[in-house]
Ligand binder design. Structure first.
Ligand code: 5GP
Ligand code: ZN
Length: 114
């Protein structure tokens, strides 16, 4: 059994509140939401982070962004706006080493670095 928590969620071993799924991507609610809408978008294949992307596997990023768009629409924040973030490594505070994108929205997000 994989020790990766997101692989276990993808495999159905750990339950999650899934809001959208297709062949290559799963989108589920973050267990500790920081915004009214806070979703996690993961590729179904295990990739550690953006640092582990290459020409062979980078197509999953496009799949994740299309899933982000769908998930925003399903969550009713496609018109009001949202933010998509991927933490990479220590300084960004990446806590799960399976490539994922946070989709947050449902509230004006004033504080920003970028
Ligand atoms: P990171 O800090 O790696 O960018 O984000 C990991 C995110 O995964 C965190 O926001 C955390 O709340 C979420 N998370 C960790 N474990 C679980 C879990 O078992 N289920 C769900 N739904 N979210 C999780
Ligand atoms: Zn994994």
């Amino acid at each position: 059994m994989s020790g990766c928590i997101f692989c276990r969620i993808i495999g159905g071993d750990i339950p999650s509140d899934t809001i959208y799924e297709n062949e290559t991507v799963k989108v589920f609610k973050d267990i500790s939401p920081v915004a009214p809408v806070h979703l996690i978008i993961v590729p179904k294949i295990h990739i550690d982070s953006i640092e582990s992307l290459n020409e062979q596997n980078a197509g999953v990023v496009a799949d994740c962004m299309l899933a982000a768009k769908k998930a925003a629409e399903i969550s009713g924040i496609d018109k009001s706006g949202y933010r998509v973030i991927s933490n990479v490594g220590e300084d960004a505070g990446q806590s799960v080493e399976h490539l994922h994108f946070h989709l947050v929205g449902g509230i004006p997000m004033g504080e920003r670095i970028l």
